[in-house]
Write a protein that binds this ligand. Structure first.
Ligand code: 9MR
Ligand code: ZN
Length: 543
């Protein structure tokens, strides 16, 4: 077990991005107290820069009056702390490669989530483990029937594998590859190589192979593969509970069709056979969706308590599926299904893990096939409007955080990173240069420039999340936590026993967090919390 550290320690009263800042980029630290002067000192204790913080005022999410130390002018590469009033920031660096390091580690986290294969020391370092969940699964509705669905990524701190969040996480990585040329292509970050494939695509392929196994012969798709109950805290290879394939849902069919269609275009230059298989799978689920226009939701059977990922509608998922299918095939039957749905009432910028209208919009805008130019322009302007609204929100926050104080829910860090994705997309689609700094500021928050001064990414930063709700990390007997995982973050509606007991009533939203492995409603990890983070980092690395 790692040594606990107190995130409210007076030794870290000044909050910075603990991964650091690029020399030429904006640099802001946040102080929850006033002072005449702050100093930046290097590791020899020499003062390298000083300045006067400016008052921001009351920050509602933290309940603090905050002050901003803007040291953007200071650009000397090195390692520093900021000191003022007898308190200090955590150590941070200024160098060109701050984003690249975090990108590699948040990408590698997907490898650590692999199910069905041993994690070898060569790649896993001090966090190896034996192959897990290698048995066949049984159909929930007829347990005599066994199906091979080995592979894919564990969803989160549990060992469940769920189609909708898996498809969305894979899509975030695929779009990062597609939209930021040159960033993911050449990256080798220590996973088993797969021919000529860039590592990031090899990793996503691991998930895609599993996703395709979740398809039934008729194109319907099982919603999830989990044990009936959440497994105890054991290493995955020790979890021998029967895995069930739960009933199909139309969201699963749509998200599978969408991500396979998207992937078929991306993998084609590397591997035609794989691309064909992806496309056939996508079309089979596309046909199933067309033949089953009614919503097929998902509810957990009474005896099952694993993740629900339920929805009340599949309109956004169908929109995403048909736009990706149209984009890759040019088949008019899909276009005819997109046109009516684009005018229905759902968010056209939601980027998953449940609603996927934003992914559909993106597919439509980027689609090389004949399409309605006006619709494409309208969709682009919706991203512009959404980014403008988020910018307005961030200006009301002392930390520049693009989320309203009321919206610190379960997985708030995901919400903040998805909002950062909107900034990035606004830049990509509308060439809005203000978006870059807004996106970077969300990352500053995630990496320590937040009201608790903690980096929410394991392995990054001096004061960082080290006790995530992640079975492998809790049970491997290794002191150092597996790096690269994004914790859920502050949740003003704590929902697990330890969090409910520990978070005092009335705690400001952005402080409703403790670094405790029992707290699944605050401190769990999830693939779809890492994936928007990877996307944003890839965007910034490409700038
Ligand atoms: O991320 C999900 C969050 O939005 C929900 O509020 C929460 C409770 O239903 O579930 C979260 O998802 C969890 C999933 O159900 C099971 N695997 C772990 C996920 C992350 O906590
Ligand atoms: Zn497993």
């Amino acid at each position: 077990m790692n040594d606990a550290h107190n995130t409210n320690s007076s030794s870290i009263g000044i909050f910075v991005n603990q991964a650091g800042y690029r020399p030429e980029g904006p640099k802001k630290a946040v102080l929850p107290f006033s002072c005449e002067e702050y100093k930046i000192i290097d590791t020899d204790g020499r003062v390298r820069f000083s300045g006067m913080p400016s008052g921001f005022g009351f920050d509602k999410a933290s309940g603090d009056n905050v002050y901003i130390a803007d040291f953007s002018r200071f650009s000397d590469p090195g390692e520093y702390r900021i000191i003022a009033n007898g308190t200090s920031s955590a150590l941070f660096s200024i160098n060109d490669r701050v984003y690249e390091r975090v990108l590699d580690s948040t990408l590698k986290a997907f490898y650590y989530q692999r199910c069905g294969c041993a994690l070898d020391r060569r790649y896993a370092g001090i966090w190896p483990h034996d192959a897990c969940h290698t048995e066949k699964a049984r159909l929930w509705e007829d347990s005599d029937i066994e199906v091979d669905i080995t592979g894919g990524w564990h969803d989160a701190g549990d060992f469940g594998r769920y189609v909708t969040p898996g498809a969305v996480a894979a899509a975030h990585l695929l779009y990062a590859y597609k939209l930021f040329p040159g960033v993911l292509e050449g990256r080798r970050y220590g996973i088993p190589a797969d021919g000529e494939l860039p590592d990031a695509l090899a990793e996503v392929r691991y998930e895609l192979e599993w996703l395709m196994k979740m398809q039934r012969a008729d194109g319907a798709v099982y919603h999830k593969a989990t044990s009936a109950l959440h497994p105890p805290f054991v290493m995955p290879e020790k979890d021998k509970a029967t895995i069930y394939l739960f009933p199909c849902s139309s969201m699963a069919a749509a998200d599978l069709a969408a991500v396979c269609a998207l992937a078929s275009g991306i993998y084609r230059p590397f591997d035609r056979e794989f691309a064909d298989r992806l496309l056939e799978t996508a079309e089979r689920s596309g046909e199933w969706l067309i033949g089953h226009p009614e919503f097929l939701g998902f509810t957990n059977p009474e005896e099952c308590n694993t993740g629900l990922y339920g929805q009340h509608s599949d309109i956004s998922n169908r929109f995403w599926a048909f736009t990706e299918l149209y984009s890759v095939t040019g088949d008019k039957k899909y276009l005819d299904l997109i046109n009516p749905s684009v005018n229905k009432d759902f968010s056209l910028t939601e980027l998953g893990h449940a609603e996927t209208g934003g992914l559909g919009s993106l597919a439509y805008i980027l689609c090389p096939q004949p399409k309605d130019k006006l619709t494409a322009t309208r969709l682009k302007s919706i991203f512009y409007g959404s980014a403008a609204a988020l910018k307005g929100l961030s200006e009301k926050s002392g930390y520049g955080t693009a989320v309203s104080p009321e919206h610190y829910y379960w997985g708030s860090n995901m919400q903040i990173m998805k909002n950062a994705m909107i900034f990035a997309l606004n830049d990509v689609l509308n060439g809005d240069p203000r978006s870059r700094d807004c996106a970077a500021r969300q990352l500053d928050y995630l990496l320590g420039a937040n009201p608790l001064g903690i980096s929410y990414v394991t392995g990054t930063g001096e004061y960082r999340c080290s006790h995530p709700h992640l079975r492998t990390a809790a049970c491997d007997g290794v002191d150092e936590c597996i790096p690269g995982f994004v914790a859920g973050g502050p949740n003003r509606h704590p929902a697990d026993t330890t969090a409910i007991k520990s978070i005092e009533h009335g705690t400001p939203p952005a402080k409703c967090y403790i670094d405790n492995e029992d707290c699944y409603s605050l401190n769990e990890v999830a693939i779809y919390w890492n994936s928007p983070t990877v996307f944003v980092l890839a965007y910034l690395c490409g700038k």
